[in-house]
Design a protein around this ligand. Structure first.
Ligand code: SF4
Ligand code: SF4
Length: 100
């Protein structure tokens, strides 16, 4: 999983450090090791690795994390990994012009 990367500088992931209680749940659930732990709080260490699956935001009890789930081709890639077959988000007229 770590070899898969999203497009650079487009991930919608944001973390409000003031709301973080340091529970580390985001570090446990993120499949791409996007977060690190510094000074008893989570920090975004590798934003471009985020696939916008939203697992971190769903499991962040104080609501410190926001991310727009399934933007662009990320959801298609994840669904492909789960269900098999080629990823497609139906953004192109055919599979040859699709973004993913
Ligand atoms: S899940 Fe939320 S509260 Fe817990 S460490 Fe991550 S950002 Fe902080
Ligand atoms: S949205 Fe998914 S890939 Fe991105 S930081 Fe959260 S858990 Fe990791």
């Amino acid at each position: 999983m770590l070899s898969l990367r999203y497009l650079p500088n487009v991930a919608t992931l944001e973390l409000d450090a003031k709301k973080c209680n340091g529970c580390k749940m985001c570090l446990f659930v993120c499949p791409h090791e996007v977060f690190a732990y510094e000074h008893k709080r989570a920090v975004i260490a590798d934003k471009d690795a985020c696939m916008e699956c939203s697992a971190c935001a769903v499991n962040c009890e104080p609501g410190a994390i926001t991310v727009q789930k399934g933007v662009g081709c990320a959801e298609a890639v994840i669904n492909s990994m789960i269900n098999g077959g080629d990823p497609t988000c139906d953004c192109g007229e055919d599979n040859n012009s699709c973004c993913c």
